[in-house]
Design a protein around this ligand. Structure first.
Ligand SMILES: Cc1cc2nc3c(=O)[nH]c(=O)nc-3n(C[C@H](O)[C@H](O)[C@H](O)COP(=O)(O)OP(=O)(O)OC[C@H]3O[C@@H](n4cnc5c(N)ncnc54)[C@H](O)[C@@H]3O)c2cc1C
Length: 403
């Protein structure tokens, strides 16, 4: 059962796009997700259709062959894709962050070189902050780049949890370039690392970058999460995001800016998975009978449905507001944090409530809710955990309301 597209505050164009993506999710993603999830297989035919629909270039300006849509519209698309399967939104998510980094901070030469091919999905992007010993504490990054005599940079170190780490052609990688910098974030640079897509041992121009076998996960299957091992990987100075003069030691603030956007994106995924959990619960609770009537007629179940629907609605409103503020160029750090925190927790809550409503069948791999139950916790972790969101919101609140 698909609940009608929530058309509040939507333009005609947004409604048309959302309906198109909703139909795509209903016809292509949902019926096939169980197969790819159970096999942990990359959903190549679905991704191919996403390329044809132009979904890799949604936010890339028309001048670079994209659709030139805003973050609000993108968030609505992500909600629809995630309602289908969050792994599908994971395939576009890091690509979207990479294209944002290029659009906002890239040199014209870098935009020309990458954006048109990114818009078609011919090449895809990953982004890499985390390392084996750190995730939340980004300033502790150890992977480093040193300039060589010929002006190139040599990168050494190990990255962790890189979504799309194998199939991407570009990895926006944050590394340490000035180990003596104080504060530490002033000594970090974002490199656009080129690699061979789908290749675990890079050779030739990209030698020194290996992709170990993908990390085996509880959920979020189909899309690969990998380590990246940089061992003498050479990259030219002009692969620094924005160019060497503008971008050296500026990587931390560039990445933090992109993460704010990424938080809206994860919030939209929370809304999508919560919405799907609610839909499944609405159907199942009217079909399943206990004590002589559909379980939906028991008040305790209706209360669960009511709480879920309220959480979905609130999460959607927070997400849309954060996206609108960012689109308007206004400050949205608190709002993006709140949207991410609330919507990811709403995703977890709704999925668990829906699983309870499904009773024993919810525990069976025959039922979609079992997959959602394994997928939802990722949203509590990626782009900053709930604890980190609270830290960001609290700190920014005090900054805004200093007495
Ligand atoms: C499937 C998956 C995909 C991912 N994809 C990417 C990707 O594409 N690129 C990328 O760079 N990273 C990615 N990540 C990594 C993700 O961003 C990190 O896992 C996340 O930031 C948390 O870092 P950590 O795992 O090192 O946990 P830690 O930072 O070690 O935190 C452990 C616990 O301590 C808490 N904690 C930490 N510091 C504080 C504090 N100051 N106060 C209170 N509590 C605190 C955390 O909230 C958490 O509960 C991915 C992770 C997963 C699981």
């Amino acid at each position: 059962m698909a609940v009608d597209i929530d058309a509040q505050d939507m333009t005609d164009e947004q409604r048309a796009i959302c309906e198109m993506v909703r139909q795509f999710a209903d016809e292509q993603i949902i019926p096939n997700a169980a197969h790819y999830d159970h096999e942990d297989e990359f959903p190549e035919p679905i991704v191919e259709q996403m390329r044809e629909l132009g979904l890799f270039g949604v936010t890339i300006p028309e001048a670079y062959d994209g659709m030139g849509l805003d973050l609000s519209t993108y968030a609505m698309i992500v909600e629809e894709l995630s309602r289908g399967w969050i792994s599908i939104s994971g395939i576009v998510n890091t690509h979207f962050i990479g294209s944002y980094l290029l659009m906002k901070f890239g040199s014209e030469e870098q935009k020309q070189r990458y954006l048109p091919r990114m818009a078609t999905g011919e090449i895809r992007a990953a982004f890499s902050l985390s390392e084996p010993e750190l995730g939340s504490d980004v300033q502790a990054i150890k992977t480093s780049a040193k300039q060589t005599e010929d002006g190139d940079y040599e990168i050494n170190g190990q990255k962790m949890w890189v979504t799309n780490g194998l199939r991407s052609a570009l990895v926006f990688t944050l590394v340490r370039t000035d180990p003596t910098a104080e504060p530490r974030h002033r000594g970090m640079t974002c490199f656009i690392c080129e690699k061979e897509p789908g290749v675990s041992h890079n050779t030739g121009a990209h030698k020194g970058l290996d992709v170990p076998p993908q990390i085996r996960k509880m959920g979020y299957k189909g899309v690969e999460s990998t380590e990246l091992v940089f061992d003498g990987y050479r990259t030219p100075a002009d692969s620094i995001l924005g160019g060497e003069a503008a971008g050296l030691n500026k990587g931390f603030s560039q990445m933090m800016d992109a993460l704010e956007l990424g938080r809206v994106n994860v919030a939209a995924r929370g809304v999508g998975i919560a919405q799907r959990a609610l839909e499944l619960a609405l159907v199942y609770s009217q079909q399943r009978r206990a004590f002589g009537k559909p379980i939906a007629q028991h008040q305790a179940i209706q209360f669960k449905l009511a709480d879920m629907a309220t959480q979905v609605e609130a999460a959607r409103l927070l997400t849309r507001r954060a996206a609108r503020l960012k689109d308007a160029g206004e400050r949205s750090d608190i709002e993006a944090g709140m949207a991410k925190l609330f919507a990811s927790e709403a995703g977890r809550f709704c999925v668990e409530e829906s699983l309870r409503i499904h009773g024993g069948y919810g525990y069976s791999k025959e039922y979609e809710i079992e997959r959602l139950y394994r997928d939802a916790p990722l949203l509590l972790i990626g782009e900053g955990t709930s604890e980190i969101q609270r830290m960001v919101i609290g700190r920014k609140l005090l900054e805004r309301h200093k007495i």
